[in-house]
Design a protein around this ligand. Structure first.
Ligand code: MG
Length: 332
């Protein structure tokens, strides 16, 4: 590890995982934490428990704002464990001089998104720090959910599963980048930020055999697939042309040399589903407005355990690596 913390230590990729394992897991290690799931499963498998802090800049962007993000982020991590989000906390650190009208706008976004999840805020904390000690506002939310479907785990993926992505990838990362650079982009480019519980509920209600789910936030699709390959000791082989990417996101990637697979998402998730249920799962996902491009993108093999292989339409293949360095700090 480096002697001081770098921005890359918060990238959702390689250096972030190094920081977590060498500092936090080392001190806090226990069986629940070390399962490295999106949310901890506690209380005999009945409850999911997760926390997340939000520092996104700018606070308001196409498709969402820090308030909506703060509710979606935590509720989605609960939903990824097959849980119904129920109770949240809301802690804010506010910079002296921040406009009350903006704070009210952010809190109203939170309220609306809580409604989507039928969840409530039951506890909170407010700190105000002198000008310059924090940039405008940081929000932390912690959530408890009721597990509706037990046994979902990123450590249990096998060759009987296929890999599905719920919609086109990279919209959140591309939107934040465009907003920050003041780029006048097509109005079609907007963050995918949204609550995933309604989609998860539809899959559970249809009795889809879900092995694992993970929202592709920081580090994007690349990070999720690499984490799964390691956690389940499998090789994930992905067909590059099957990965849905919108023209707008492709445009940003080409202009700036980004890989869409490494861009952050806030309402896009990856699923490992039993082969026989893959078609039905894709159909259910596609019945949601933003998920027209949900697709099976790959399969699980033993070719290169713990690695992700990307196969091009021309028959060539390469490893898809865990993202490294810092692409976009304060993406969420
Ligand atoms: Mg997550």
């Amino acid at each position: 590890m480096t002697k001081t913390i770098t921005l890359a230590n918060g990238n959702g990729g390689e250096e972030n995982n190094e920081l977590i394992s060498k500092v936090f897991y080392k001190a806090f290690h226990n069986e629940i934490l070390e399962r490295s799931e999106d949310a901890a499963i506690i209380h005999g498998g009945e409850l999911a428990f997760s926390t997340d802090s939000f520092t996104v800049s700018p606070l308001f962007f196409s498709g969402a704002d820090i308030g909506k993000l703060a509710v979606c982020g935590t509720c989605n991590d609960l939903a990824m464990m097959g849980a119904k989000p129920k109770y949240l906390t809301c802690s804010v650190i506010i910079e002296e001089g921040f406009e009350v009208a903006q704070l009210e706008r952010i809190v109203e976004s939170m309220r609306k998104e809580l409604e989507v999840n039928a969840a409530i805020v039951v506890s909170g904390d407010t700190k105000v720090v002198p000008r310059g000690s924090v940039d405008k506002i940081f929000i932390n939310t912690t959530g408890i959910g009721e597990v509706l479907k037990k046994g979902i785990s990123s450590n249990a993926i096998t060759h009987e599963d296929v890999i599905i992505v719920s919609r086109d990838i990279g919209a959140h990362g591309a939107t934040i980048f465009a907003a920050r650079e003041g780029m006048a982009m097509s109005s079609l480019l907007e963050s995918d930020c949204s609550s995933l519980f309604p989609q998860v509920k539809a899959l559970i209600d249809a009795d889809i055999k879900i092995t694992a789910m993970r929202d592709a936030t920081r580090g994007g699709l690349s990070a999720v697939l690499n984490e799964w390959a390691k956690q389940s000791n499998i090789c994930i082989e992905v067909q590059e042309e099957k990965i849905p990417v919108s023209d707008e996101v492709n445009g940003i990637c080409e202009m700036l040399g980004f890989e869409a697979t490494a861009l952050a998402n806030e309402g896009t998730f990856v699923l490992a589903v039993k082969k026989e249920d893959a078609f039905r799962a894709v159909k259910i996902l596609q019945s949601f407005e933003k998920n027209a491009h949900a697709a099976v993108i790959g399969e699980v093999t033993q070719k290169y355990p713990k690695r992700v292989v990307l196969q091009s339409a021309w028959g060539t293949s390469r490893f898809l690596e865990m993202p490294t360095g810092e692409l976009l700090p304060r993406i969420c």
